[in-house]
Design a protein around this ligand. Structure first.
Ligand SMILES: CSC[C@@H](O)[C@@H](O)C(=O)COP(=O)(O)O
Ligand SMILES: [Zn+2]
Length: 238
């Protein structure tokens, strides 16, 4: 030990600038999620406080900005959110302004598991009529099969309509920790990849993307395709 000490100059103006920049970035993310909620609610896919949405704020360790539980997704305010860590626990950072009573979404652990994927920037969950009906109709088969539609090309990395996409269906449960573990397991299964999204039986859809725009696109593409498959399935069989 030399006994010498090092002093670090902290410029208060620079600290203030950094705080302002972080606050501005957070407001942008909040407004993106609020606008997403408006759109998904207006489309009828996030009614009755259903759904939850998140974006990745930090990696290493992971921090998510996530809808608080029980909020009306068609009227989200900037205060209707929480920040959570890589275990799904609520945390605070300077500049956060979320009420103490806000609780993380009941389905937070699914957002955490999907956000652990290195390319995930946003996760969206919806409850549409077509997705819900198909998730039950095809539950025994284990997936909804979507084949030959041009709209499949709206899913990241799919270059042609000559594609067969199987959307996995998990059983519904209130034990989100065990469902999250099941999903994590499937995400690691290279033989049977879980990509773009999955359904939960009689519940809804989870999709993710590299950013909020990509996740929104995936929701729209899936919902379009579910309606196509659903109309064919139910009109042919009823
Ligand atoms: C209409 S209740 C739906 C909830 O049980 C749940 O599935 C859901 O999507 C919203 O839960 P939340 O805790 O608000 O994120
Ligand atoms: Zn749900």
């Amino acid at each position: 030990m030399s006994g010498r000490s090092t002093t670090i100059d902290i410029d208060p103006a620079e600290v203030e600038r950094q705080l302002q920049a972080n606050a501005e970035m957070l407001r942008t993310q909040l407004d993106g999620l609020r606008e997403t909620g408006n759109m998904l609610h207006a489309r009828g896919w996030s009614l009755g406080t259903s759904s939850n949405y998140s974006v990745v704020l930090e990696r290493g360790p992971l921090e998510l900005l996530l809808t608080a539980s029980g909020k009306d997704k068609g009227r989200l305010e900037r205060t209707d959110f929480v920040r959570v860590n890589d275990r799904g626990q609520r945390i605070e950072r300077p500049g956060d302004d979320f009420p103490a009573e806000n609780k993380p979404s009941a389905e937070t652990l699914l957002h955490v598991v999907l956000s652990e994927l290195p390319d995930t920037g946003a996760v969206l969950h919806t409850h549409s009529v077509w997705g819900t009906l198909l998730s039950d109709r095809f539950f025994e088969q284990g997936y909804v099969e979507i084949s030959g539609f041009e709209m499949l090309k709206g899913l990241e990395g799919i270059p042609t309509h000559e594609t067969t996409k199987r959307v996995t269906i998990f059983e519904n449960t209130q034990d989100i920790a065990s469902l999250a573990a099941e999903v994590r397991e499937r995400l690691r299964d290279a033989e049977n990849p879980l990509e773009h999204g999955f359904l939960i039986r009689k519940h809804g859809l989870y999709t993710w993307g590299r950013d909020l725009a990509a996740a929104r696109r995936h929701i729209e593409v899936f919902e379009f395709l579910f309606e196509c498959v659903g109309r064919l399935e139910f009109s042919a069989k009823s």
